[in-house]
Design a binder for this molecule. Structure first.
Ligand code: 0GY
Length: 310
């Protein structure tokens, strides 16, 4: 895989570049596996980063993403608009258009978007919008604007992806439960994995999924949620062990509403950059049976993103 470059922009100080030598996973992904959460960054020389961005990444192009896809044994990607591109979806849409139909997208849009622009993105493969409530990533958008957008995109049968910190769920509950579409939660609502699975914080997230059958969850980002981190060099403990009980719990209780993704190129990690091969090898710990793996990796993402092929 080609090494990351900086392009024409100056990266945020301390930025960790994606890992250019991922291992070949030992776990063999089922045919048709979808990486349902990944991004493209730039390249900044072609697709400039947005003026309102909160970070400047290293470039992570569509070709580099597709090379990783093939290396890992993944069949398809869902490319989520990254906040460093704001509501300028050109880099993501360009990747979809060059994927030979093997990628779908999730966009960021403002209320000023025209129906013709939504239609053009739909034709390119966009199937959802992302509402981001993580304060270090985006400026505040009024809820009435988001509800208006959700109402409009519902006509294309798109869904809403929501990204938030677990501590903010109580305050956001009424808004989330009022959304008229399928709702996909990023990274299990970012639980604090030092708290118990049965504790108040994660119980509220499980309640959201239990009481609202339109809510799905990505069981992604163990590397982002883990406090223990990847294994020691002697490899005696498995990677991201402290995240396992949380993901296992969600997959076991809601096997038909879970998605998996790499989160490549892993924006804003501070202490280590994961080996994407290791992230694939993490999967059997959280989805221990062949049936759960098939639902998580193939059936569920295909139902949401390629229903016409079901
Ligand atoms: C993720 C997580 C992060 C960033 C973004 O769009 C983004 O900038 O999603 C993060 O910094 O937690 O899902 O990639």
């Amino acid at each position: 895989m080609n090494a990351p470059t900086t392009g024409d922009f100056v990266k945020t100080a301390g930025w960790l570049d994606w890992f250019s030598g991922p291992s070949k996973p030992q776990f063999k992904l089922p045919p048709g596996t979808v990486d349902a959460h990944c991004h493209v960054f730039g390249p900044g020389s072609h697709f400039p980063y947005a003026p309102e961005r909160k970070y400047t990444p290293c470039d992570a192009s569509k070709d580099q993403l597709f090379a990783l896809r093939d290396h890992l044994g993944v069949s398809r990607n869902v490319i989520v608009q990254a906040t460093c591109h704001g509501a300028d979806n050109r880099a993501m849409v360009d990747a979809l258009l060059h994927s030979s139909g093997r990628a779908r997208g999730v966009a960021t849009v403002r209320r000023s978007i025209a129906d013709s622009e939504i239609q053009a993105m739909h034709d390119a493969g966009v199937r959802g919008v992302r509402f981001n409530f993580v304060k270090r990533l985006v400026d505040f958008t009024p809820k009435d604007e988001l509800l208006e957008i959700a109402g409009r995109i519902a006509k294309w049968n798109w869904h809403v992806v929501i990204y938030f910190e677990a501590v903010d769920l109580p305050e956001l509950w009424d808004f989330f439960t009022a959304l008229p579409t399928t709702v996909v939660v990023d990274h299990m609502g970012r639980p604090d994995v030092r708290q118990p699975v049965e504790g108040a914080q994660f119980s509220l997230f499980l309640k959201l999924m239990r009481e609202h059958t339109n809510v799905w969850s990505k069981v992604s980002c163990p590397e982002r949620l883990s406090v223990l981190g990847p294994p020691a060099l002697n490899g005696e403990i498995c990677a991201y062990q402290d995240v396992v009980p949380f993901a296992l719990r969600v997959i076991n209780e809601f096997p038909d509403r879970v998605l998996w993704g790499t989160d490549w190129p892993h924006p804003n990690l501070k202490d280590h950059m994961p080996d994407d091969g290791l992230l694939v090898d993490f999967i059997p710990q959280i989805a221990p049976t062949v049936e759960l793996q098939r639902k998580l990796l193939v059936d569920n993402p295909m139902r949401l993103y390629w229903p016409e092929e079901q």
